[in-house]
Design a protein around this ligand. Structure first.
Ligand SMILES: [Zn+2]
Ligand SMILES: [Zn+2]
Length: 169
């Protein structure tokens, strides 16, 4: 689970919820080429759904607060760090087993990604969408840090609104 996919997962919880079936979870995982254990059960779906608010808190936390979240999560799981290479991915660190439950792996992998963000003091790359109606999380990986909206839908809606406002002047 990369930071991008974690952000997308968290954003499925925004109204209307878009992670409401096992099939939608399947689709999400295959789009991100997510491997490892995947039970395709209602219980697994519920675990992933319930994880979203917690991940949201972690992603949007201030730096020191994020450390508290990270340490709490790390204390919940027995980690088995291992360097692995699979599919098209070169050597990278897996902190948990392929056979651990999906929600556990997503939680730990997002936490590992956030450890990098904390260490490099890049928390400002994560924010809430600038659209007044949207609470989506924005991950800004652009060089000039120009990203303000969680999606092109939100970006376009605001571009149109700004254009109309200029016309009305
Ligand atoms: Zn991997
Ligand atoms: Zn948005």
């Amino acid at each position: 689970m990369s930071l991008q996919s974690a952000v997308e997962l968290v954003n499925t919880a925004s109204e209307p919820d878009t992670l409401t079936s096992v099939a939608l979870l399947d689709e999400f995982l295959s789009r991100w080429r997510y491997t490892g254990r995947h039970d395709r059960t209602r219980a697994e779906l519920e675990e992933v759904r319930e994880l979203r608010p917690r991940l949201r808190e972690l992603l949007l936390a201030e730096r020191d607060e994020a450390v508290t979240h990270v340490n709490a999560i790390l204390a919940e799981v027995t980690l088995r760090p291992e360097l692995v290479r699979h599919e098209e991915y070169d050597w990278h660190l897996h902190a948990v087993d392929y056979d651990d439950p999906l929600a556990v792996r997503i939680k730990i992998e997002t936490t590992m990604a956030m450890i990098d963000v904390i260490r490099t003091d890049e928390m400002s790359r994560l924010s809430v969408c600038d659209d007044s109606e949207c609470d989506g999380v924005v991950l800004d990986l652009s060089r000039n840090r120009s990203r303000r909206y969680c999606s092109t839908t939100c970006g376009n809606r605001n571009a149109v609104a700004a254009y109309r406002a200029r016309q009305a002047d």
